[in-house]
Design a protein around this ligand. Structure first.
Ligand SMILES: *Cc1c(COP(=O)(O)O)cnc(C)c1O
Length: 220
């Protein structure tokens, strides 16, 4: 099946209010263009160098999202144009994003990445760590970072109930923080969860944004 057919199939299988981030990492710009020509505007990349190279040659109305581990010393390269960083996982990264946002006269939306999976290799704040981080209040010192919700990756497993319980945990953290800290902030609204193999479960558990690569573009 073509990229276009894959995207259309995906669109039909999720509710209209769930945003689709087409994860184009390792795939060439020609494939991104194919998706773009079919109306796709949100693309996700996980490496700064690759993202910057693609951004330079593709249409300006693409909404680029960063979904991978972000090193502080690379924030400056994406700060001018990035529309959403899904992988905010420390105060030091937040401080750097804030600084680069100021330089670019921008406010940069970010999601708190939470480690919900069993695998220890996955990144993100541990749930307790992020709870402490928000309770501590120092995040308020970075007004050029717009906290816009949460992101998480479930364990890579065939056990659907395990995956479901991890997504449920992320949703419950979101709800708790929304009520405690962001009740008056409409921007805190996104729950980024669900990939090619588990997006249906994620949508059932309240995802507002799925990040799908393989199902759209094929194997990397
Ligand atoms: C690669 C990647 C995805 C997409 O994964 P697929 O299984 O190809 O859909 C989603 N989220 C993150 C953080 C990724 O690194």
């Amino acid at each position: 099946m073509s990229v276009r057919e894959n995207i259309e199939l995906l669109r039909r299988s999720v509710p209209e209010n769930v945003k689709i981030v087409a994860v184009s990492k390792f795939h060439p710009v020609e494939q991104i263009r194919e998706a773009y020509d079919d109306g796709q505007r949100i693309f996700g990349e996980s490496r700064v160098q690759e993202l910057v190279a693609k951004q330079a040659v593709l249409p300006d109305d693409i909404e680029w999202h960063f979904i991978g581990t972000l090193q502080r010393n690379k924030v400056k390269y994406i700060a001018p144009f990035i529309r959403l960083i899904h992988s905010l996982d420390s105060e030091s990264l937040m401080s750097e994003i804030d600084k680069r946002a100021v330089e670019n006269n921008r406010i940069i939306p970010c999601l708190l990445q939470i480690h919900i999976a069993r695998e220890i290799t996955k990144s993100g704040f541990a749930p307790q760590e992020s709870t402490d981080f928000l309770a501590g209040g120092r995040w308020r010192n970075y007004p050029h970072v717009q906290l816009s919700g949460v992101m998480g990756m479930a364990t890579l497993t065939d056990d659907a109930e395990q995956i479901r319980s991890e997504f449920r945990l992320l949703k419950s953290l979101f709800d708790e923080w929304k009520q405690k800290y962001f009740a008056d902030e409409p921007a805190f609204s996104e729950i980024s969860m669900g990939m090619s193999d588990d997006y249906s479960i994620a949508v059932e558990e309240g995802s507002t944004m799925i990040r799908v690569g393989t199902m759209i573009f094929g194997k990397r």
